[in-house]
Design a binder for this molecule. Sequence first.
Ligand code: ACO
Length: 399
Amino acid sequence: MTPVASPRSVRITGWGRYAPAQVLTNADLERMVDTSDEWIVSRTGIRERRVAAAHETSASMGAVAGLRAIRTAGLDPDDIDVIVVATLSPDYWMPSTAALVKEAIGNTRAAAFDVAAACSGFVYGYATASAYIASGMARHVLVIGTELLTRFLDYRDRGTCILFGDGAGAVVLSGSDEPTAPVGIELTTDPQGAYMIWLPAGGSKAPSSFETISQGQHKIRMEGKETYRFATRTLASTGLAAVAKAGWTPGDVDLIIPHQANIRIIEAVAKGLDLPMDRFFVNVDRYGNTSAASVPIALAEAVNSGRVKPGDKLVFIAFGAGFTSGAVALEWTADPARGPIGEASVSPEDIHVRQPVDWDSVDPIPPALAEILARPLPVALDLSDVAPGEPAHPAQSVR
Ligand code: ACO
């Protein structure tokens, strides 16, 4: 990475998303744990979520979304100076997922590293990228949120396995010589919630062992009620702080892209900000909680489905394990018509993530999902069908 000229204003120039093709429905989960479609929809708003195929990883999905964002921006991979990957489900503890993404997208010159802030990771990554550009250390930064959470879930725990799904989203942030558009960024961390959502084993405190694995300590654990309380308490205040830093009031905001964890949490934020739900982009019904990928997937869908136009005031708001929260208030400046072009220009088959030499991983598919992943793929939803804020259509299966 070579430092560039003086401080600049920061804009989103590229955006992209990737969702694996296979769908896990509430009806599928009814066959695994003691739950019901009615309970899941009424308590969370989730109808289905995506599941990565055996050959996919956080790096491969992130690389598809990242390359799409680069194409949307009209850039070449080597134009990117820094790659920031937000994930809580990295391919490995080391190397970073960002290092694998760098090669897979065909970049030879960027600095690449991961950030760990769970579901707030994309917003934290955005803030990091923004600081690189504003300080003049980089011209173009790729920020990716990518998660393969279905391999970290306990499919016997109905409190967690119904919530999460897989996918990736990305933006390119670029320095501009145009006058600085208003931006507000707020980040918070509250360690009192450190063990409310966590993954007990595999780190230095509890290295993986036969015992940790037999006790399922390598799967996500969560105190749902406490997490819910934190989210509803914190999201509106974090969003308000970012809005105030941009010099706006909540009524000025055209569209909020919230972390898609639970429709009831989004409704609580709307109440907290005194805004109607039609100011919020919602796709939690189709993806569940994709953690760090959730905001950039929702952003790409909002832009590509015509919900965003230049001059619009947007706010990203997220919360997650840590407890962390973060919000970004920004003015949209890019041409939305570029999104579908970038999306169509990259297919998952274009992406090859470097494999280790002389090493084969075990079959990565959780046994509970083997049957789901073996069945025919559903037809992908056309984005023109997406009506933000309204219940979406369930995916149709190919017969
Ligand atoms: N199906 C049926 N019943 C269930 C299920 C299920 N899947 N899960 C829990 N229940 C039961 C409980 O056992 C409980 O039964 P009981 O009353 O007999 O004890 C009852 O339903 C109510 O349980 P609650 O936990 O009170 O349900 P709640 O309305 O709080 O919803 C939920 C639970 C959806 C998990 C909610 O608390 C929530 O969304 N929390 C936030 C979670 C979240 O967003 N996590 C991601 C954070 S981001 C990150 O960084 C990873």
